[in-house]
Design a protein around this ligand. Structure first.
Ligand SMILES: Nc1ncnc2c1ncn2[C@@H]1O[C@H](COP(=O)(O)OP(=O)(O)OP(=O)(O)O)[C@@H](O)[C@H]1O
Length: 345
């Protein structure tokens, strides 16, 4: 909360120090500030009638527009948000109009939740309900709460800051920019302090995720599908201020899925992903089972399943190696030999 009276009794230096973006506000307002050590009240008291005519006449109004400027900037920068510690999904109805098989699901920051179910069962619909912060106004009639409260409607509309960032299979760049130009442009729009450092980190992380490396000067339109997704995931994890990430099927994305998830949850975000892939599903702390448009069950990933995941990773590596051998024109050997080779490495 920005208290207007506090602004009035603060010196210009104090205000700029706390809210650096107000410097341009003072310039735009043509407020004659000869001494930045004076408070706004003192400055206003010293203005002649002519000088007052050049700026907002009344100190109260000036403090009002200064505080709304600060509020807008904080929102834009994602500074003003109460942290999303908890996202709750309250039960709605399945496709037959029957109540779902649970009452309330609480998801906490840093948790990964996978969503599984047959084709057409309603996985994407659930992600869409969260993105829309549904309040009984979608086909499922589910309700979404943030920190146990009905979220502000502003979350529904794209602004500088969104509640939810979406990552999907189809991500294409349309701008003609190099990787570094694109990252700098995005970082500039977020007005972060340590831009060069952040851009470098995103670039490095994206390359860690991508199957094939790409350079700083590569044109983003020329990146492969996997490289674009790697770039978008690293960019979303590090630069996006959205506390919730929704992922719709990244299985065939040609990226290191495990590293991608680690990067996303490392930033204390809530991650929900719809998937048909057992490795991805077991990476979740819980999985939501969807059937016929409704949540049928919510299962905690067991210790045994986490162990099984290690075996699945071996299988996955075998398949990846086979794919690569195929691509590079090699003859494929028996899988049992492949499996043994991986196990021995
Ligand atoms: N509870 C519901 N009530 C009414 N319609 C629903 C409900 N849940 C889902 N639907 C609708 O069913 C259709 C299929 O759902 P959706 O696309 O979410 O499935 P999916 O599980 O993501 O499928 P896929 O695995 O093929 O991507 C959509 O049109 C969706 O709006």
């Amino acid at each position: 909360m920005i208290i207007k009276d506090k602004l009035k009794s603060s010196t210009v230096n104090e205000i700029i120090e706390q809210y650096p973006y107000t410097e341009s506000f003072f310039e735009d307002q043509k407020l004659a500030v000869d001494d930045q050590e004076k408070t706004l009240e003192e400055i206003y008291a010293g203005l002649t009638v002519e000088e007052r005519e050049d700026v907002v006449f009344d100190l109260d109004q000036f403090a009002d527009s200064l505080s709304s400027h600060i509020k807008n900037m904080q929102e834009f920068l994602g500074e003003n948000d109460s942290v999303v510690a908890k996202l709750s999904i309250l039960a709605g109805n399945n496709k037959d109009g029957k109540k779902e098989n649970y009452d309330k699901l609480d998801i906490h920051s840093g948790e990964i939740i996978s969503i599984v179910g047959p084709t057409g069962s309603g996985k994407s619909r659930l992600l869409a309900d969260i993105e829309w912060t549904a309040q009984g106004d979608t086909p499922t009639e589910r309700q979404i709460l943030i920190n146990d409260e009905v979220p502000d409607k502003k979350w529904r509309f794209t602004g500088g800051k969104k509640l939810v960032a979406q990552l999907s299979q189809n991500m294409n760049f349309v701008m003609d920019l190099s990787v570094i130009e694109f990252l700098n442009l995005h970082a500039e729009s977020r007005l972060i302090d340590n831009q060069a450092e952040v851009v470098e980190r995103i670039f490095n992380e994206a390359n860690r995720l991508a199957g094939e490396q790409f350079g700083r000067e590569a044109q983003i339109t020329s990146l492969s599908g996997g490289q674009s997704r790697a770039l978008m995931i690293a960019d979303t994890a590090i630069l996006s201020s959205s506390p919730i990430i929704l992922i719709d099927e990244i299985e065939n994305a040609g990226i290191d899925r495990e590293k991608a998830l680690e990067l996303l949850v490392g930033e204390e975000k809530i991650v929900l992903m719809a998937t048909h892939d057992p490795i991805l599903a077991l990476m979740g702390d819980k999985r939501i089972i969807i059937n016929n448009g409704g949540i049928k069950n919510i299962i905690d990933t067991t210790a045994e399943e986490k162990e099984l995941m290690q075996e699945l990773k071996v299988l996955d590596k075998v398949l990846t190696d086979l794919r690569n051998d195929l691509r590079y024109g090699k003859n494929l050997s028996r899988i049992s030999e492949e499996l043994a080779a991986v196990k021995n490495t």
